[in-house]
Design a protein. Structure first.
Length: 317
């Protein structure tokens, strides 16, 4: 009997936890030939999420949880889950039920056909504003243009990963993580399935526009150095244009006695070049900041408590 781990990062999800368990139970009960592990990663929740997880572990043998020492963010919480899963395959799903557990049997079916990464692509996104949908579409388009690896558009973390994908992701110990890019970077045999995303079952989203913007910046700087090259190229173009303009001004002054343009045009040029320089420094700073964090060599996370009651079935298949 194969073991499949269902990895669920959780941060302040007390309102939806029991609904999630019921939905998962309804799906897994239809798959009696597999052993399932529900692995929750409590990412420093400040509500009763941890208390409810402890209650579940007391009464069930298929629930495990990893309690992190503080809130490290979803990206790090998923890495902690990868490090503690026992299954031959791992299904990542958010606790808010925007991703339907009812897709799990289809994912497992494709996995049994030999696919290593079965990812769910959003066909529609209920409960999200027009601006969020539009900005997400533009972001993926930009990332697809800049990145030198394939980009999975309109996809999140809802997917099934074979054990060899999990082993590969465990080797990537970056503290500034962008896991969506890592899925593409590691490669392996991938399969796309389409679904309609539901609104949150309860509670409020933890992703405000500020956090989404930071994630977008992490995605670009983790996937490509194209912004640095664009900055260098733009600097070369401006330098060439400025050189020829300087020659033009000098020749015009010498031959025709025309005065050099005055204060307004000079200030406009200075402010423009100053803005370009600050933008270039900002881009360099983003990459340098990542180097700063990575060279510290700190552990990516700390576990306060890990509780597992499931025992992997090692019997022959």
């Amino acid at each position: 009997m194969k073991t499949i781990s269902i990895l669920i990062p959780a941060y302040n999800e007390e309102q939806v936890l029991h609904t999630l368990i019921n939905r998962l139970d309804a799906v897994t009960s239809e798959l009696p030939h597999y052993q399932f592990e529900y692995l929750f990663v409590n990412d420093g929740s400040t509500d009763n999420t941890l208390f409810l997880l402890k209650q579940l572990v007391e009464h069930r043998t298929d629930v495990s949880y990893v309690n992190l020492s503080r809130n490290f963010g979803k990206e790090v919480a998923m890495l902690a889950g990868f490090d503690h899963t026992k299954g031959e395959a791992v299904i990542i799903i958010d606790a808010d039920l925007q991703d339907p557990p009812e897709l799990i049997p289809e994912m497992i079916g494709y996995w049994e056909q030999g696919y290593d990464d079965v990812f769910a692509k959003r066909r529609s996104r209920a409960g999200e504003s027009w601006f969020k949908k539009w900005s997400s579409s533009r972001y993926y388009k930009i990332l697809e243009t800049l990145s030198n690896i394939p980009v999975q558009r309109d996809t999140g973390d809802f997917r099934l990963l074979d054990r060899r994908c999990i082993d590969a992701l465990q080797l990537l110990r970056e503290s500034q993580r962008y896991t969506k890019g890592m899925y593409s970077w590691i490669g392996f045999n991938k399969k796309e399935i389409l679904f309609d995303r539901d609104p949150r079952a309860a509670g409020e989203t933890k992703w405000n526009y500020g956090k989404l913007f930071n994630l977008a910046i992490d995605g670009i700087t983790s996937s490509t150095i194209a912004p640095l090259r664009f900055s260098s190229l733009f600097g070369v173009i401006i330098s060439v244009v400025a050189f020829f303009f300087m020659i033009f001004v000098v020749i015009r002054a010498l031959l025709f006695g025309d005065p050099v343009p005055g204060y307004p045009s000079l200030m406009a040029v200075i402010l423009f070049l100053g803005g370009i320089q600050l933008l270039s420094l900002g881009i360099i700073g983003e990459y340098l900041g990542k180097v700063f964090y990575e060279t510290k060599g700190r552990p990516v996370y700390f576990v306060e408590e890990y509780v597992s009651t499931i025992k992997k079935d090692d019997s022959a298949e």
